[in-house]
Design a protein around this ligand. Structure first.
Ligand code: PLP
Length: 393
């Protein structure tokens, strides 16, 4: 349950003149509006905020959101509480931040200088492009994969050497190695999304090693572990230890998925100092005070993460079994989404779902008959199943 009351900063300082106080309060009200709360009263020098009546987002709230691989449970109590308390730093440039970088370094058993914080792992991917695709360098990566990265590269006038997936939708590691070696001088970095979005298929520990050993040692490899926390397969492991080994790898992680903080924007990279230094030059420094504390709390709340993981796997397994019983194949997934083969063009089906209030994934060329479905709550999945039956009957 989200708390309905938020406590603001201490307003009783000697320099708080009444005009400044009014300005501060209206600013706080605007900020609070995004949290659907508004000032209610001031007591003992603190602002109490309560729910706003005008709720312009009812239509959005009513949608079943299975399009963006979000965490539909929302952040756990522990994280909401930490972020609520951190709101008192909303007016600061410098503030305690729960020591997030050190906490992450400890979590991964690396040095603090091997961690780079960002406004979502999307920012890490963007700055990797800006840093490593100078002089028309190219990305080598699977297709389809997290194509926003490839679009970003295109925006920088850079190309991607796209390696088609194998027949079982796994990434073709030997082909990635061949393409990297053949284009060695032109490759800015290799992108490995593990597990891959949109298929949900993982790259095994052994395959990651094969890739790293098979390409020239100085080609950076950006390993995107956005869905790491949902994997339950012993053939997979995180690639963070390669950082300690001194390899040219950058691991991208996010708090958007398992920790349900997509709207708050927090991600980070784990890599060696020189790689991070090249990337840091392109950062905006836009991680906010509130989510830093949310991140620290999320890392501590392993029970909540385990709960989300277990529930997601249970609901994913059930949904895929139900689809199989209707005659629709699904691709094995190790993430909080899966793909189902519709055996018909996906675009009209996506639109039909939308008309019925259910948002599902966009098309992922060249897989134009596959629908990507994020795993939501049990209620979300029931709505999805009901619409699927109606549309596919
Ligand atoms: C594979 C992958 N990487 C990165 C991201 C970016 O996530 P964020 O910027 O919210 O951390 C996403 C978001 O869906 C994703 O699927």
């Amino acid at each position: 349950m989200r708390p309905r009351t938020y406590l603001g900063g201490n307003l009783s300082g000697p320099h708080m003149r009444s005009l400044a106080r009014r300005r501060f309060l209206s600013g706080l009200a605007a900020t609070a509006g995004t949290l659907a709360v508004a000032p209610r009263s001031i007591s003992a020098g603190r602002v109490q905020l309560g729910p706003v009546d005008a709720a312009p987002d009812d239509a959005y709230d009513a949608l079943v959101k299975l399009a963006n691989n979000e965490n539909n449970y929302g952040p756990p109590e522990s994280v909401i509480k930490a972020m609520t308390q951190a709101f008192k730093y909303a007016n600061r440039y410098g503030y305690p931040d729960g020591d997030l970088r050190n906490v992450l370094a400890e979590h991964h058993a690396v040095k603090p200088e091997q961690i780079l914080l960002a406004a979502g792992s999307g920012e890490i991917l963007d700055v990797a492009c800006s840093a490593f695709l100078q002089d028309s360098k190219k990305i080598v990566g699977a297709d389809p994969s997290y194509s926003i990265l490839y679009s970003h590269a295109t925006g920088l006038k850079s190309d991607t050497i796209k390696i088609p997936l194998l027949a079982d939708y796994r990434q073709d590691i030997p082909a990635m190695i061949r393409a990297t070696r053949a284009n060695y001088r032109d490759v800015g970095f290799v992108y490995l999304c593990n597990p891959n979005n949109p298929t949900g298929r993982l790259v095994t520990t052994q395959e990651v090693r094969q890739l790293l050993d098979g390409i020239p040692a100085d080609v950076p490899v950006l390993i995107d572990e956005a869905y790491h926390h949902f994997v339950d397969d012993p053939s997979y492991s995180t690639s963070v230890p390669y950082v300690t080994e001194g390899r040219q790898v950058i691991i991208a992680r996010t708090f958007s998925k398992i920790a349900a903080l997509a709207g708050m924007r927090l991600g980070y990279a784990v890599a060696n100092r020189d790689l991070l230094q090249s990337m840091r030059n392109h950062m905006t420094g836009s991680v906010n005070a509130v989510v830093r504390w949310g991140g620290v709390a999320a890392l501590k709340d392993t029970a909540s993460q385990q709960w989300v993981k277990t529930k997601t796997i249970e609901l994913r397994t059930r949904a895929m079994r139900d689809l199989a019983s209707l005659g629709n194949d699904t691709i094995p997934s190790d993430a909080n989404f899966f793909m189902v083969h519709l055996k018909r063009p996906v675009q009209p089906v996506i639109e039909a779902f939308r008309k019925r209030g259910v948002l599902v994934g966009r098309p992922f060329p060249p897989m134009m008959e596959h629908l990507r479905v994020s795993v939501g709550t049990a209620d979300d999945m029931q709505r999805f199943a009901a619409v699927f039956r109606e549309l596919m009957a």
